[in-house]
Write a protein that binds this ligand. Structure first.
Ligand code: ADE
Length: 230
């Protein structure tokens, strides 16, 4: 069973409208739509914004629907000079940029227990997303590290810090938490994000204007990647 998580309604609307929905469920306030992408058994969830919401939504999805693979879809702030709004990022790994126990000796981003900074994505799932993104020919496609934290990044300084500290190409607020939950549960994970802003001083304006279209573009690629006819 495939699981797809989007934080906001605009990030899941197209998925729910296109799939055949066989049942709707609600657990801890999260909405789950179970059905099919063509012939692919899929559950789509509306996870809410931020790391705690995202991790809870993913864990409930794993427990209640026995998903063995989760894809996260949505919008992101771009951290590369050459990136434009509507470009696509397929994550190679995630970091949690707001995980900081450096005062007691850990490197910034280090998650003790699992003892890592980077949570790697599943290459087969990621390749499928890249393949589907290439078929659309609408946007440039980037791959790389995505930085997650409970913060909407709207400063050039902070964006540069994310790039310098983690080599991040994009930032958002959920993927790293879902990657963490999937890592603990042994569930394959991948993520695709469409750029809605440049995480700089004008990010809030750009986000307002472009997030709707960017979210939809991203979900169309997810459908293309995982839709099966037989
Ligand atoms: N999602 C889209 N743009 C973002 C940004 N600039 N920071 C965090 N999450 C985002």
């Amino acid at each position: 069973m495939l699981g797809v998580i989007g934080a906001m309604q605009i990030e899941v609307d197209k998925l729910i409208d296109t799939m055949s929905v066989e049942g709707q469920f609600e657990y801890s306030g999260f909405k789950y739509f179970k059905g099919k992408f063509g012939q692919t058994d899929t559950v789509v969830a509306l996870g809410g914004i931020g790391k705690v919401n995202a991790a809870l939504c993913a864990q409930i999805m794993i427990d209640k629907f026995s998903v063995d693979q989760i894809v996260n879809t949505g919008v992101a702030g771009g951290l590369c000079e050459e990136m434009s709004v509507f470009d696509i990022v397929v994550a190679e790994s995630f970091v949690q940029h707001d995980m900081d126990a450096s005062a007691i000796g850990d490197p910034v981003g280090f998650v003790s227990g699992v003892n890592k900074i980077n949570f790697m994505c599943d290459t087969e799932l990621s390749d499928r997303l890249v393949g589907a993104a290439k078929e659309t020919k609408e946007s440039e496609i980037f791959t790389g590290v995505v930085a997650t934290g409970d913060q909407f990044i709207s400063s050039r300084e902070k964006g540069l810090w994310l790039r310098r500290s983690f080599g991040a190409v994009a930032c958002e607020m959920e993927g790293g938490a879902i990657a963490h939950a999937c890592c603990l549960a042994g569930v394959r994970f991948a993520a695709i994000r469409c750029i809605s802003d440049s995480a700089n001083d004008g990010a809030n304006m750009s986000y307002e204007e472009f997030s709707g279209v960017a979210a939809r573009l991203c979900s169309e690629i997810v459908l293309r990647a995982f839709w099966t006819n037989d």
